[in-house]
Write a protein that binds this ligand. Sequence first.
Ligand code: ATP
Ligand code: MG
Length: 747
Amino acid sequence: MGKGTDERGLGDDILAGLNTPQREAVLANDGPLLVLAGAGSGKTRVITRKVAWLVRQEGYRPWEILAVTFTNKAAAEMRERCRQLLGDAAEDLWLGTFHRIGVRVLRQHGPLVGVDPHFGIYDQADQRAMLGRCIEELGLSTSAVDAKTMQGFIDRAKQRGFGPDELGRHERLGASDPRLAVFRRYEMRMREAKALDFGDLLSLPLRIVREHALVASEYKQRWRYILVDEFQDTNHVQYEFLKAVLGDERRICVVGDDDQSIYRWRGAEVANILGFAEDFEGARVVRLEQNYRSSANILSVAGSLIARNTGRHDKTLWTERDGGPPVRVHAAATDQAEADYVVRRIHDLRVEHPLREIAIFYRTHAQSRVFEDALRRARVPYVVVGGLRFYERAEVKDVLAYLRAAVNPADAIALERIINTPTRGIGAKTVEAIRHDALDRQTSFWEACRHMSTAGTNAQQKKLRPFVALMERLMALAAEASALQVVGAVLDETRMVAHLKADGSPEAEARVENIKELANAISEHAQSTGDARLEGFLEQVALVAAVDNAELGSDAVVMMSAHNAKGLEYDVVFVTGLEDGLFPHFNSAEEEGGTEEERRLAYVACTRARHVLHLTYAELRRRFGTTLPTMVSPFLRDLPAGAIREDDAGRHVTRFHDGFAPRVAPRPVRRPAAAPQPEPSFTHAMPDYESFSQDEVRLGPGSRVFHPSFGEGTVAELSGAGSEAILRVRFAAGLEKRILARYLTPA
Ligand code: ATP
Ligand code: MG
């Protein structure tokens, strides 16, 4: 890109559609800058325009700019907007989440802190599996230390940049503290597996730049300008990293809103934003006060909600927009009635708003199930963001484990996952023997597999040899072939698809579909990034955050937890489950400032709405398997009377009404006896909805049913019972399918 003024033009297009303070923020480029402003005031817009301004008007080269956002989705959107203003140059920006930047730093300089540059990334489940193994190895299985608590313990330590030794010193933990022993063993085993967890992706880059002045100065020179969105949710190590790579000219711009800090439970420190002006002497502070997103009524409700928090910086937020429709507060009789109400409203609202502009937010993922059921019944398409995570499905993880082990034979967790998947007669005893061999001979799980395939008992040798040979072929292939070729070889050699097809069940069919989808994802990734290597793909998979799973663009109602809604905006928003103990969540009551954090979360949720906002709650809710009366959320008290409409007329209608669309009486419905419920456990942070009982409608041959993809059909045959019942259904045009009963509704 040329730097001459002629080619740069005046940059009017970059400044167009910015108000005076926004413009000031875009143009202030000579030192630290903080934009501290409320929701919807154009902070993200400022960041994007500033990036364009720096490149086009001030002659920065794209790779001299580091722009950090909170989710991959936000990063993708920002890149797209930059592309509109910068063209292909946008590709060369350093733009991404802290985790992604961390990966890039570690691939370049990992060896400085003992990290193999070809490391793999463990997700939470892998991390827990590894911890379980360490706890077992140390003989602590019967003590109070369990994998889940250890995971929290280690994550918190890493958020503060502590390894086991620093943590021990800092917290004055005794040398015999079992948690430190597990932490140490875990670090050692992860190192051996050439694996990093999410905490490492942030804390290790910090160690690198702190301990290696040369590397720090390399980044200081490279990143001449640093920009950070959603700065209120940065944690200690993220902030320290930024400070360590910031050049002497201190060209940094951070934007955020202390009222939207909602990740304190993950170590975010709102002090980072509140203390920024002190940390960076002479920092310029710009405040934006005009909200461009929401109607006046929505803003007034959100404003009075957040005003009740103490210890906040008061902010003014005004809008030129008119009041808009009042915010509706709806009391439903039950959680099902709440969902029915939402679906009815969607039915009315979709006339004016496309479905993808309608969002349902809830506090816990578990709540999505009731909404999903109601939307399916009403035949409204929807996507759940962060619910079903594609890459966490068992069959997908199986294939991924083959791929991971093929590029990284040290990955013990991946190897253990696939050593007997599909079954090849390698039982738990043999796996145990391999582990012992690895421990005895101080070698990796993989080396132990190889060793046992020639030195184990005859039976062990016989079973292990083909597995070892298979993995050796895949490893050799991974070194030279593309990701797509490797996945092809995995599927051919393991005959995984054939195994599933032989099973013939509908779940198996879905699994085959998922595996095919994985192959699609690989080829898409290769196309869009030009990177056909397996390593590149695996990195991408590991970094895709929960919020990125929505199939954007499809016209469907969007559902997600309030946490995932940050930074987004929709025409119509339903904030649901506003009950005491649910939203605010009861866990928050125990923590200092917990309720205030929940209130900020509710504020984030409400301020996503442009035109229509609904706040709903249920008077009876099924939680942990029992139905209990609820208390209305304190957040709904004292809302500004002029801006809301209390609307509980619906509940009398919905109380005994099950379902949305009026329809002819369904066939006789018999509810199966309730399955025994597990004891409610209040130690878990969030209930998962798999543990909820589902009232299955029993369908039999001859019943008319509806399926969201195939439409209406007639049941030809039934096998199994309860939620696992499978029906053979004849749909229109002679299409016949075997389908799990829970995916069907009576037509
Ligand atoms: P949040 O706090 O939720 O992250 P934000 O401060 O980042 O919000 P943006 O998302 O940048 O706000 O802007 C909110 C909406 O207002 C967007 O749709 C944006 O395009 C629009 N907007 C921002 N500034 C202006 C402006 N000066 N004129 C018109 N529209 C604007
Ligand atoms: Mg924003």
